[in-house]
Design a protein around this ligand. Structure first.
Ligand code: AHG
Ligand code: MN
Ligand code: MN
Length: 333
């Protein structure tokens, strides 16, 4: 089998479709290299003294794990010096991180969830990294948080790495979705799946059922109907999966279909859902749409939402088109 590396894929994509300018290519390669480093740290586990909590909290009041901080540092350091970025923002940092003055600045802005699925780190279950790339607004001087407030439709690239039995990188630059597997001996990303497509129909759903008593009526109705199986209104049995790492749940859906939900609920209306728009929902929605699926907040397309703060949360319904349409319809109806 002829192996196509991430570099070769990016160069050829630029040549044929003109979707990846040189600076964006550098950015993607740098992020991919950082993910390789994170994957290595993850793989060491206790031997690398990377497990456990760091005894600090992030701006969202979540206790940080050592790997949350290590991964954040790896991504920051890797992306500071290349000249491709104007600023970065991360789940683990309260404010944006402008590129230090000692380095040249570029036209892109990067947001990331350095380590997704933190509750799974210490139990050796799949975790990952999610990232999203925006362009800096025309004529931007000093980068501001305001510059990041662009809807997901403006993303020029998005991707995630999943650190599981294999380490994989799933990437879109707006021209379909491709998957690369890390060759751990060679240290290179090899193209292993081209043009991933999510089946429009599915019989598998993913939601944290322990929150059922807090759900709003449309989500209750939708999940109840799935649970009724072949004797209910859907006339068929549905299966359930919940890894509690969005990367792993989305990766399964990209491969065999399914619907993933993290709804808002009745608990804290100032906090609609758990997932964050800028570095979780938007990049995943971009990837899912590029693979022929759909992603909404129950009312509208996630990618159309105008953000108003960096760490804004959003309800998420994504995956196989037909199921996302059903649950979104229940919200709108
Ligand atoms: P993070 O580890 O970056 O904070 O994200 C965790 C998220 C997401 O990956 C997952 O889908 C969800 O939290 C799981 O939430 P529950 O623990 O409520 O199931
Ligand atoms: Mn996350
Ligand atoms: Mn995280």
């Amino acid at each position: 089998m002829k192996r196509i590396s991430l570099t070769q894929y990016l160069v050829e994509e630029q040549r044929q479709n003109n979707t990846i300018p040189a600076e964006l290519r550098l950015l993607i390669e740098v992020v991919a290299r950082a993910c390789k480093t994170i994957s290595h740290a993850v793989g060491k586990g206790a031997l690398g003294e990377v497990l456990g909590t760091a005894d600090t909290e992030n701006v969202q009041g979540e206790v940080q794990k050592k790997l949350d901080i290590i991964s954040n540092e790896i991504l920051l350091e890797a992306n500071e010096w290349g000249g491709h970025l104007a600023a970065m923002a991360s789940e683990e940092m309260e404010t944006i991180h402008p590129i230090p003055n000692r380095y040249p600045k570029g036209e892109y802005m990067l947001t990331f969830d350095p380590l997704d699925g933190s509750s799974n780190i210490d139990v050796n279950v799949s975790i990952g990294t999610i990232f999203s790339v925006l362009k800096a607004p025309e004529g931007m001087g000093e980068p501001t948080e305001e510059a990041f407030m662009q809807p997901g439709t403006k993303q020029v690239a998005a991707g995630y790495a999943v650190y599981g039995p294999q380490t994989m990188l799933v990437l879109t630059t707006g021209n379909g979705v491709n998957c690369f597997t890390l060759d751990r001996e060679m240290g290179s990303w090899v193209l292993t799946q081209r043009d991933m497509k999510i089946p429009a129909k599915t019989k598998e759903f993913a939601i944290n059922m322990s929150n059922a008593r807090h759900w709003h009526a449309p989500v209750k109705r939708y999940v109840d109907e799935l649970l009724e199986g072949e004797n209910g209104p859907r006339g068929t049995n549905f299966n359930m999966r919940w890894v509690a790492s969005m990367v792993a749940d989305v990766h399964r859906i990209l491969n065999r279909g399914g619907i993933f939900m993290y709804p808002a609920d009745t608990r804290d209306t100032s906090m609609p859902g758990k997932l964050r728009l800028m570095y979780e929902a938007n990049p995943m929605a971009f990837i899912v749409e590029q693979a022929g699926g759909a992603a909404t907040d129950g009312q509208q397309r996630i990618l159309d939402i105008q953000p108003h703060k960096l760490h804004q949360r959003v309800p998420v319904f994504l995956g196989s088109r037909d199921e996302v349409a059903v649950v979104t319809g229940y919200h709108q109806g």
